[in-house]
Design a protein around this ligand. Structure first.
Ligand code: SF4
Length: 327
């Protein structure tokens, strides 16, 4: 597909005259399964559209307290999501199961990596209890990548989805790792029949292994989404990309076309933000009007639902995206 090339700007190009050399802050995502990011960058270095007021009050304390009481992890905390205060204030969170240590070295993700601990058998029930007490009608469950487990954690995902559904009656959205070499684990997750199955593309093929680590495969991501559809056509599939990692417009639009070819229903596009100095740098801050334009293009390509904006993350307002299809 030949389309006009989007100029990939350096930070200095984007903000001439500003000191952008010490890109010493920032924050990003989960594990190759969730696109989230925190704004660690001093606000004077961020473009105006990424500067946010810190919400006043303590409306988020109920959610924080409940998560602590039930000893639950969220990707909101672990990945330092910039939307955490807003979502917690609305009694919303994305549960992160299978521990808080990931086995993949993704270059964009703030979740800890290393040797994970043993699974907690009562975690599904605790997730369900939290979902009930938060009054969630749409529950998003993600996880770290667990290459160390024989099924990649697929059965644990299954148990969590079933526990939440049984206890709350809520719709469930899973945001999974790639289950590469653990296809039976992937099948176990599909067996739980979540209303939405999200697996993130994260970036374009040229940057795939740099961003998602050496085990990742672009084609596998597409095949995974198609496999979900082939296994249960009632499940809505969803994927997302982070923008600003150095992708060109052509590359991005080709990715979106691939996702549609593989029957992906829902799409999220958000700005990549660097979690800290050891993570991949931001190459470009994409302006809000460009996000709007890309969102319109994506809709014209046939995605049923699209969320596109600087603060959009995989699970941001996930219920809104799902609810007209999941009731
Ligand atoms: S956008 Fe998702 S990950 Fe971020 S705080 Fe909200 S629910 Fe959590």
């Amino acid at each position: 597909m030949q389309l006009p090339i989007l100029k990939v700007l350096s930070l200095a190009d984007t903000f001439p005259g500003q000191d952008l050399s010490a890109n010493d802050s920032a924050g990003q995502d989960s594990n190759g399964c969730g696109s989230v990011a925190a704004v660690f960058e001093p606000s004077r270095r961020l473009p105006p559209w990424l500067r946010r007021e810190v919400p006043k009050g303590n409306a988020n304390h109920f959610t924080s307290g409940l998560l602590n009481e039930l000893r639950l992890e969220t990707v909101c905390e672990n990945a330092k999501c910039p939307n955490r205060m807003e979502c917690y204030s609305q009694n919303t969170a994305t549960f992160m199961i299978l521990g808080n240590v990931c086995t993949r070295p993704c270059g964009f993700c703030a979740v800890s990596r290393g040797k994970p601990e043993a699974l907690e058998g009562d975690e599904p029930e605790r997730v369900a209890e939290a979902a009930l007490r938060l009054g969630l009608k749409h529950v998003v469950i993600t996880s770290v990548t667990r290459d160390d487990l024989p099924d990649g954690g697929g059965d644990h995902f299954y148990q969590c989805v079933i526990a939440v559904r049984n206890k709350t009656g809520a719709s469930v959205e899973v945001l999974t790792p790639d289950f590469i070499r653990h296809k039976h684990g992937l099948d176990r997750v599909i067996e739980s029949a979540p209303e939405v199955f999200n697996h993130n593309m994260e970036t374009v093929p040229r940057l795939y292994r740099k961003v998602r680590g050496p085990k990742s495969e672009y084609q596998w991501t597409l095949d995974l989404l198609q496999h979900v559809k082939n296994s249960n056509n009632a499940i809505k599939t969803k994927s997302g990309l982070m923008l600003g990692l150095g992708e060109t417009r052509d590359e991005l639009l080709d990715c979106l076309a691939d996702l549609r070819t593989y029957q992906c229903d829902f799409l999220t596009l958000g700005q990549y933000l660097q979690p800290g100095p050891k993570y991949l740098p931001v190459v470009r801050y994409v302006p809000p009007d460009e996000f709007d334009e890309l969102g319109a293009i994506a809709r014209s390509m046939g995605f049923k639902k699209v969320a596109s904006g600087p603060f959009v993350r995989s699970s941001y307002h996930a219920r809104d995206m799902a609810e007209s299809d999941v009731t």
